[in-house]
Write a protein of this length. Sequence first.
Length: 774
Amino acid sequence: MSTVHVVARIRPLLNDETENNIIVKAEGNVVSIPNPRNKDEIFKFPFNAVHGMEADQAAMFSEVSPALKHLFAGNDVQVFAYGVTGTGKTHTMRGGKQAAQRGIIPRLLHAIFRRKKELEKKSGGETKVSVVMTYFEIYNDKVFDLFSPTSKRTPAGLPVRECDKKTIVVGLTEKAVSSPAEFEELYDKANDNRSTSATKLNAHSSRSHAITCVKVIIEGKEGTKAGTVSAIDLAGSEDNRRTANDKERMLESQSINRSLFVLAQCVDAIAKKQSRIPFRDSKMTRILSLGQNNCKTIMILNLAPTVAYHLDTISSLNFANRAKKIETKEVEHETFQAPPPPTQAQVAAANRQPLRPVQQPARLNPGIKKPTTATTTKSTILKPKFAGVEKKPLQEKKPSQDRPRLGFPNGAQRPSAASKPHAAKESQKESGLSSIQASIEEMKANHQREIEKLRKEIEQTKEDQAKKMEQMEVDEKTREAKMYCLIAKQHTAADEYEDAILNYKLALKLCPDHPKILVRIKKLKMLLRKAEADHSGDSEQVDNTHPPPTNVSAPAPKKSGKKLSIFRDPTPSPGHQSIIRSPCPNTPRTRQIIQAVLSESLPAITKLAGIGPKKAETIITHVRGLKAAGQTISSLSDIMVIPGIGKKQVEKMQAGLLDKENVNPLPPISQKLLKNIENVDSGSVRLVHPDTDLAPIKTLASEKPPRKRKQLYALEDEDEDAVQSDVSEYVDEGGPLYGEKSPYQSPANPIKRHRAKMRKLNSLELAEENAVAV
Ligand SMILES: Nc1ncnc2c1ncn2[C@@H]1O[C@H](COP(=O)(O)OP(=O)(O)OP(=O)(O)O)[C@@H](O)[C@H]1O
């Protein structure tokens, strides 16, 4: 009976690691590491051997080579490397290509072939040694043959079966190997099939547990015996907060961590001598069957020296501390006569010995004797001298002679356990205590990490909520500002610049310093100033130059946008043609409505859409009242306030006019223009604003009057359009304020406006020509 032989190896510093970060030290056969919670307290973990950073590959193999004797005696040997990712497991087991860098597995094979040669030579050819090999990996809890190409893999992997209480991988390729060179070739090729990837912690991280099984069959005079050495390069546990793994790597990592967790649980259960050991919870533990295989087991504990791995290193040390207590019985295989050539199942079966926990031998393998108390005692006595953690403070405070102390000063040697059984017991107790203490520390640290994580998550959630609230506020403001802008546009469309400015100012309060709103306000203010300035001058001009139409009084210009009007120069010089543009208060449609209203004529007013005789009478009464008070109607808003006439009614009137215009083949504008041209006197052009109610001139009806009307409308509406279009463009630009199109968007887009301008120029030229011709 022997325990698992645990050898710790501390890897050297990597390029990105510095000496002042070293915390793990090799002191004889003890690994020392500070308590993560209290740096002054040093934990000490004794093992069968400890190799420091300077240890080479040959030194590591020296820990394994004695097991060759057992192998050639027909025993099984198991070597496995355990440790966190990036601690040097693959380096230890496989190593590099150069002879000095070769790891345990190639060195084992070389040693096997050397011994084979010696044996065969010594026996004078009577003994024949053959070597058969299988190599497979457990990736995401599935078994894949590394001797067969990855393209031949099935998604489910190879099945694992229990046969005669042994774990067998069905369908593995067995390769007979006759020389080290042949092995090297096979091994290198198979390693290409192994699942490795770059992670943040290791550029060539093993994503699987790789298991190399080498069966040595010795045929001699006395019969045949076979021993198998299994070398296992376990994948490393990973802290996924540090790996920055992607989705695929995370899945691998979860599988790796899970299988290692099950392994730790198995080790715990074995150490506590529990009846149920959860081997079947993962394929790796099923195949590894730690402590159940009656074979010599060597565990290489790979450690990183730096503080970055502090907690992981403590976790690994605890695991190894428990694993070293696992007892295994080395059972020599029965020698048998004339063996048939090994079948695939037999080779696989031979990879594992009958498994049974030492404490329940009868249950799993009734053929093997239950260990006696004496055996157990012997095993206990052979426990390492240094057992567990040294607790300096405790030791200094309570140096009582009567009470057993919890630790020893650094470097102090406990008397040999074999010579002093009482001391050995004490040492065992202390070891147990210190390992419990280390576990508690580890648990505390884990809890602390969890709490930290939760705290961060809560903070993050709070931050997110605050951001959401802020965003909601901004959205609300934007919505409100949008509304104000739309109202402002509506006012702009109705030439109510003051109201428009007011609404833009309200929008500006919600979106301070918004450049486009500022520009809009500036423009509107300019327009307002101009309209006010024009108001006085223009009304005089209109009054002077054009008497009001017979039945419609002229509209009074209100604070409104600049409109273009073409009128006769009051003092034209003979032979001189002049075209003078003057601002005009309202759009033609608005003016038409105002004219009708001011006409106080029942038929003219009832012509307006939605106005019946009753409403017309109300309007006439209202207008007369105003006139009596020395006031007049000068804008649509003046009409809106007439009792019984609201905003909707005015919109109806506008819509009605629009419809009429669309069906009228010869609208008054063109007629007015032509009449004026006809009436031109002494060579000067007289183009009037098309408000005058003139009779149609049929002779010139062929000049596509609707187009002319449009041209003039475009001409007159140009500035208003520009404002509207700007607002629309503003909306179209999808600035922070405006997400949707305004229903008040200008009908004329920039191209149309440009075309209208061109048409306007053409029409003016045409008008001039016509005037001259007349
Ligand atoms: N003893 C050593 N001497 C020199 N370099 C080493 C030693 N041990 C490890 N390294 C280097 O450390 C790095 C990580 O080693 P390795 O890939 O063997 O880690 P691992 O434990 O197998 O990681 P994983 O579990 O992710 O596969 C490699 O670059 C390796 O060369």
